[in-house]
Design a protein around this ligand. Sequence first.
Ligand code: MF3
Ligand code: CO
Ligand code: CO
Length: 254
Amino acid sequence: MIIIKSREDIAKMRVAGRCARVICETLAAHISPGITTKALDTEAAELMRNQGVQSAFLGYRGYPGTICISVNEEVVHGIPGPRRIAVGDIIGIDVGVVVDGFNGDTALTVMVGVTDPDVIRLVEVTKQALQSGIAQAHVGRRLSDVSHAIEQTATAAGFSVVRDFVGHGIGRKMHEDPQIPNYGPAGKGPKLLAGMTLAIEPMVNLGGAEVCVLGDGWTVVTRDRRPSAHFEHTIVVGETAADILTDSGAEKIA
Ligand code: MF3
Ligand code: CO
Ligand code: CO
């Protein structure tokens, strides 16, 4: 069952979403070579404490981190630890918070002095894939129109889409119905209705689509160990367009 949110619910989700995004972008701005992923997790915890909000991830099914940080071949759910970020890395930062009973969930991938043109293109195309999915998230479309648009953007560029992990509805719970695959034919699944809140999150691989989970039980890596990128926004379906709830609210120059 897909829960339609009220105006009041959406106002609360916008606060949670903005908070998650500001933390995500703050961490991204503080990334530099030599820093450990654990240091970023500690900073995330401090930012959340200062804002008086809770991590949506810490303790979720036993997850040990405040946020997820996934480096290079790591796709999603990387556990922060002693790994040091190096020049040429791509770093996925995924932040979820709970504010006033509602969740916001957002992710981005930052490049640290990347010069490999294929890796740069992977990151840019994955970001575009998220935007193309969001562009379908309005009344008059069906759920799989979102999925199909994402897949088209990724595969047209020669990349492959991860099939084993998907986007999701979101609200009082981080993971609600429906599941949102990043692939599939257009025109299928439930009709999108105003007030549905969705976390859309393409995971796109430079090589093959296959992934596996490391022995820590969490970290998802590409089977071929080639790089993967991830972007995520929490949105609300609108009459003519989606509204991005995980917007930082900052003025963007250029
Ligand atoms: N934020 C992830 C998602 O986009 C879920 C993280 S699971 C956790 O759905 F256990 F790491 F929190
Ligand atoms: Co997320
Ligand atoms: Co999510």
